[in-house]
Design a binder for this molecule. Structure first.
Ligand code: G1P
Length: 294
């Protein structure tokens, strides 16, 4: 029987240069989509998938993320005294339980593989999830599961390692990690190969690694080698390629949509999509969009 996935790693050390000047003094993960920071949307998704311990791999200038997941005593006290109980309850229900968060620093920007490796002692010897915080997901219409919940379901079916994937246009594959498709089970398929940022025209498929992973702890010994790959960085994909020689990897096709908030267009589209999914603003937003486009 597969072990339960209790812990998740959030690599939040990135500088956010694509979003300057917005990210000069504010971590990119704290930019808001509707009224929640991007990183909160990702933590929401992890919670919905049953994650109990949230591990943030941070860097310099990321203190606001730590404060966001802490109590804000003065603010909470003021809300209570002013009888703003709805706002107070909402803050409290977002607050992780005491001891349910860990923060560790990636001291130098050596790549995603290195960031995940920084969490090795906090993870220990159990399978775990990784969520890339730039990517935020919404379930398909009429469904409720976001991407990590689908990855956990795929893990319960196949065990081993799971990577969430999404299909893109062939001309976009060089910007991502790409998987090669083996035996197909419908919502999932066997992964027979992976490559990080293949040159244009060489990708083994159009399925990109979309930012949600379930990995076995054996990955840490491979990351420990600190081998540099695409872009001169220690790549998570390269360690997964090694692990796949001895352990199974399956892909889960997320039945919903992933928004890359790390790009300007993706961020704007995410705000519209999440706004349209929110009962309190959806109607007004739809009317405004219609006016703008007519
Ligand atoms: C990372 C991963 C890549 C994945 C991508 C998703 O790349 O290395 O495999 O497809 O995230 O956004 P990055 O965007 O950090 O260059």
């Amino acid at each position: 029987m597969s072990k339960r996935i209790r812990k998740a790693v959030f690599p939040v050390a990135g500088l956010g240069t694509r979003f300057l000047p917005a990210t000069k003094a504010v971590p990119k993960e704290m930019l808001t989509v509707v009224d929640r920071p991007v990183v909160q949307h990702v933590v929401d998704e992890a919670r919905e998938a049953g994650i109990e311990h949230f591990i943030f791999v941070t860097g310099r200038g990321k203190g606001a993320i730590e404060d966001h997941f802490d109590m804000a005593y003065e603010l909470e006290d003021t809300l209570r005294r002013r009888n703003k109980s709805k706002e107070y309850e909402a803050l409290m229900s977002d607050l992780p339980a005491a001891g349910a968060t860990s923060f560790t620093r990636q001291q130098a920007p050596l790549g995603l593989g290195h960031a995940v490796w920084c969490a090795r002692d906090i993870i220990g010897d159990e399978p775990f999830a990784v969520l890339l915080p730039d990517m935020i997901t919404l379930p398909a219409r009429g469904k409720s599961a976001r991407c990590l919940a689908e990855a956990v379901a795929a893990y319960e079916k196949h065990g081993g390692n799971i990577i969430a994937v999404e299909e893109v246009k062939p001309e976009e594959t060089h910007q991502y990690g790409i998987v090669a498709r083996g035996k197909d089970y419908g919502a999932t398929f066997e992964i027979t190969g992976m490559v990080e940022k293949p040159p244009q025209g060489t990708a083994p498929s159009n399925f990109i690694i979309s930012g949600r992973y379930i990995l076995e702890p054996e990955i840490f010994a491979l990351l420990e080698k600190h081998e540099k790959g695409a872009g001169g960085e220690i790549q998570l994909t390269d360690a997964m390629i090694h692990l796949a020689k001895t352990r199974p990897f399956h892909a889960v096709r997320f039945d919903g949509r992933t928004y890359d908030t790390g790009s300007k267009l993706g961020f704007l589209v995410a705000n519209v999509a999440f706004g349209l999914a929110r009962p309190d603003v959806a109607e007004g937003l739809r009317a405004e969009l219609k006016k703008m486009l007519d």
